[in-house]
Design a protein around this ligand. Sequence first.
Ligand code: FMN
Length: 189
Amino acid sequence: MKIIDSLKQRRSNYDINKNLPIEEKVVFDFIKEATELVPDAFNMKSSRVVVVTKENQDLLWDKIYEVFNGQVPREKIDGFKNGYGTILYFVDNNVVKGLQEQFPPYAPKFIEWSKQSAGMLELSIWSGLKELGIGASLQHYNPVIDDAVKDLFSIPESYELNAQMPFGGINSEPSAKEKEDISLRVTIL
Ligand SMILES: Cc1cc2nc3c(=O)[nH]c(=O)nc-3n(C[C@H](O)[C@H](O)[C@H](O)COP(=O)(O)O)c2cc1C
């Protein structure tokens, strides 16, 4: 598929379920391959990905509900919990620190670059999941949930949570996007 078609198909899909249209191994292999292929500044490889499914999926979203102590409606949390799984995106700060020590003139930039690379990975996986017929959205309950998630899944101390991507079979597609006047944001000289 052309990148432009893949980008057109990717949407924030909140109406998801636990029935994947393909075998889970295909999804896990795709996530691994995308993580290997997405570039990093200085080839630093700072992204870490943890995929939770089945009982861990339920544990995750019940824990998020609990941490927010009723401030996030149960129905909203259940919408994410209804998915087949959730991809947790982290940055390994040990990798960032190592590069900062190795290349002091660039030290302040490595955190920023690690997040840029994380964003590239998130978009690649989000788009690729949709190519596989799987809906997903991008959630940011971090940093409020950071300690709870680390405890729940024994995540290394140096990992910093960057995003949560619940995914699953698609119940319904979101409504079409409004076309924007892109000349307000893109200038060709
Ligand atoms: C960096 C980033 C952070 C986002 N954070 C959230 C979020 O915390 N919760 C959420 O529901 N959507 C989040 N979104 C999704 C956007 O709101 C959504 O992509 C945008 O409104 C366009 O809609 P579309 O994804 O259907 O094209 C995020 C998207 C990006 C790129």
